[in-house]
Design a protein around this ligand. Sequence first.
Ligand SMILES: Nc1nc2c(c(=O)[nH]1)N[C@H]1C(S)=C(S)[C@@H](COP(=O)(O)O)O[C@H]1N2
Ligand SMILES: [Mo]
Length: 449
Amino acid sequence: MSKSKRERGLFELYQDDPERADALVFGRRTKIGRRGFVKGAGLATMGAVVGGAIPFSANMPAGLIPQALAQQAPAAGKAPAKPKTLEMQGKAGLIVLEERPLNCETPAHLLDDDVTPTANMYIRNNGIPPEPTADPDKWQITIDGEVNTPLKLTLGELKKRFANVTLKLQLECGGNGRSFFVPEARGNQWGHGAAGQPEWTGVRLRDVLNAAGLKPNAVYTAHYGADQHLSGDPKRTPLSRGVRLVKAMEQHSLIVFAMNGKPLHIMHGFPVRLVVPGWSGSASQKWLTRIWIRDKEHDGPGMTGTSYRLTNVPMVPGAKHDPKNMQILEAMPMRSLITNVADGTELPAGTRDLALRGHAWAGEKKIAAMHVSIDYGQTWTSAEVAPPVNKYAWQNWRVNLRLPSHGYFELWSRATDNAGHMQPHVAPNWNPSGYGGNPFHRVAVLVKA
Ligand SMILES: Nc1nc2c(c(=O)[nH]1)N[C@H]1C(S)=C(S)[C@@H](COP(=O)(O)O)O[C@H]1N2
Ligand SMILES: [Mo]
């Protein structure tokens, strides 16, 4: 059997039956459920697959798919395909997950900047974006529903009438990390890269809502945009989500018209969008045309069923959900990224010192600590964490590591929030549409012998 064929075989086995693949590589498990150390033929096979010796192989948890393999993870039952990269004016070569609608994620190493360049921001569309308008200042936004004075404002008026603010706000898709759920959850199979932090300029949503005057029974917002439903039916809306009014009235919830000092890119909502930070990105309506103030929870497309909903009672992964246990996803869970070393990097022979850095965030909470492991979680080194530049900005972390030898290593990052919770090892709380998948970030590196 050729080497590549054998690698593929093991790879597929890991996809189909990780336990069996694990047993093959690591040997049989003992009665108490622990496998023996990786040795002999198993270790040789694994080493061939990852491209080098594995100094900490004895610590690899049973069932762990080496990150060097996960990199090329294909859809279930499909052969590993080279990921398609985006080719679009003003955008970097993001990984294309879906072409219609267009959905692209950012490899973590393209998120190294403190402020994410517009080119590197992930794209999440549910429908077909509108054509860029030639006259952005004439774009109309309606505020209606449970308000005393419904408003029809042009973007030009909005910019002039309300105080302009600029903030670095981290935005993350509710489905970020979905690919880590087992069994697979429905939807785009995002890794960790449906997140980014541009600098946004706009006006406070609350200033606009106050200008319209909220009625006492106003409790929820409903957001509408100018994108088209995939069916082409103009009466159908691709996505219309909303938030509890308290969130809309926070000083960091913005209607924005600029990103990194320039007009928004068309894929990010040109000429105007919402940014409701800390909560699922789906609340940040692009190509904003209307905010309808409601006297009850909004029920637009994306608000019902399993969409943007988590189970609040643990369910058997893959089982049918109970609708009465489903609850709207609001704040995002914590996540950490290693951003200065790309997954799959080969480091020159003799490399021992490794300065690692990245970002971490935690929805409505703060990151209190960051730890990094190079030995599959056997030991953890604490990293330095900076405070956020403003609320809802991500936090930068850094640490100096020492590698003991050449070989294959996985760098694992783990955040701890200010409530004392730690980022989990695997995607927690399985739910049908796969929200909140926030396991450690794992980066494979190979130090040449
Ligand atoms: N009008 C409209 N707004 C939208 C969406 C959409 O499909 N249509 N997608 C939402 C989702 S699910 C996310 S995660 C963010 C993504 O913003 P980005 O594409 O600028 O990164 O936009 C949100 N706003
Ligand atoms: Mo999203």
